[in-house]
Design a protein. Structure first.
Length: 275
C-alpha cells in the first residue's frame, strides 16, 4: 500500500499550474485517493477544474470546508506568496507537512505564517519534472522528522529524482546546477546545431540531429550506472574525431569546464541576490 493511501488528512495543493498539475497526476498514479486531493487555485481554467472534479478531486472548496491536511504543498508563483500563505495558514497545524516548490523563498519566510514547530521543506524542482524526469533538491527546517522526509520523497518522487542538502545556503548552488541546468543542455543542442551549419550541414538537418543527439545522450546517461566521465571515454577513440573535438572542449583555459564553473558561479551569486 502506498504511503499516500494512509495519510491522516488530505493533500492540499496551492497552485495547479504546470508543476503543480504534474505533481497531482503523479500522486494520483501513486495511489492517492482522489477525494484526498484538494486544489486551491483561483486562476484554474473551468475546463480542467471540471475534469478534476469529475474524477473526485476537490477544486477550490471554501477554506472552512477542508479537513486538517496531512500536507500543504505550495506551488504558487513566488511573488504572490506573501498573500497566499497567510490565507492558507488557518489550515496548517504542527502535524501538517508544508512543502514549497517556489523559487527563492527561504525556510524562514515559508515558516513565518504558521505555528512554531511546523515542519517545512523547501524544494527546488526543475522543468523536466513536467514529464516525470525532474530533479528536486530539498532542505528541511528543524521540525522535519524522518517520516516527513520519507513523505517528501514520495510526493516529489512522483516528478523525478529527489536529493537533500543539509544547509540552506547550498540551495543557491544546487539551483544553479539543477534548476538552471536544463537551459544549459538546451543551449548545447542549440550551439551544436549552429556548429553543424558552420561545418556545412543544412540548418534543418543539423537542428534535428543535434537535438536527437543531446536528448539521446541524456537518456543513455539516465539508463546507465556509469559515471558521465566513463560514458564520455567510451565514445572517444584515441586519435579519432571525438578526441579532436574534446581537445578543444576540454581545454583548461577556454574549454567547457572553466566556462561552466564561471556560469554556475554567476547563477549562484544571482540566487543569493534574489533571496
Amino acid at each position: 500500500m502506498s504511503v499516500l493511501e494512509t495519510l491522516s488528512g488530505p493533500v492540499v495543493l496551492l497552485g495547479a499550474g504546470k508543476m503543480g498539475g504534474a505533481m497531482l497526476e503523479g500522486w494520483l498514479a501513486l495511489g492517492l485517493p482522489p477525494h484526498m486531493a484538494v486544489i486551491r487555485d483561483p486562476h484554474m481554467p473551468a475546463g480542467p477544474a471540471a475534469a478534476l472534479t469529475a474524477r473526485g478531486v476537490s477544486v477550490n472548496p471554501p477554506i472552512e470546508a477542508i479537513a486538517p491536511p496531512a500536507v500543504v504543498l505550495l506551488a504558487v508563483k513566488p511573488q504572490v506568496a506573501p498573500e497566499a500563505l497567510p490565507a492558507i495558514a488557518p489550515l496548517v497545524t504542527r502535524e501538517t507537512l508544508v512543502v514549497s516548490v517556489m523559487a527563492g523563498r527561504t525556510l524562514d519566510f515559508l515558516a513565518a505564517p504558521f505555528a512554531a514547530g511546523t515542519p517545512v521543506v523547501r524544494a527546488i524542482p526543475n522543468t523536466p519534472a513536467a514529464i516525470g524526469q525532474g530533479v528536486s533538491v530539498c532542505v528541511a527546517n528543524g521540525a522535519v522528522q524522518a517520516s516527513h522526509r520519507a513523505l517528501t520523497d514520495t510526493l516529489l518522487g512522483a516528478i523525478g529524482i529527489v536529493e537533500w542538502v543539509d544547509r540552506e545556503d547550498l540551495m543557491d548552488a544546487a539551483t544553479a546546477v539543477s534548476g538552471s541546468g536544463p537551459a544549459y543542455a538546451f543551449l548545447l543542442a542549440e550551439v551544436l546545431a549552429e556548429a553543424g551549419v558552420a561545418a556545412g550541414l543544412p540548418a534543418d538537418l543539423s537542428a534535428r540531429i543535434a537535438r536527437g543527439t543531446v536528448s539521446g545522450a541524456g537518456a543513455l546517461m539516465a539508463a546507465s550506472e556509469e559515471p558521465a566521465a566513463t560514458l564520455r571515454q567510451n565514445v572517444t577513440s584515441p586519435g579519432g574525431t571525438t578526441a579532436a573535438a574534446l581537445a578543444v572542449l576540454m581545454d583548461e583555459t577556454r574549454g567547457m569546464k572553466p566556462l561552466m564553473i564561471e556560469a554556475v558561479a554567476a547563477a549562484t551569486r544571482r540566487g543569493k541576490e534574489l533571496a
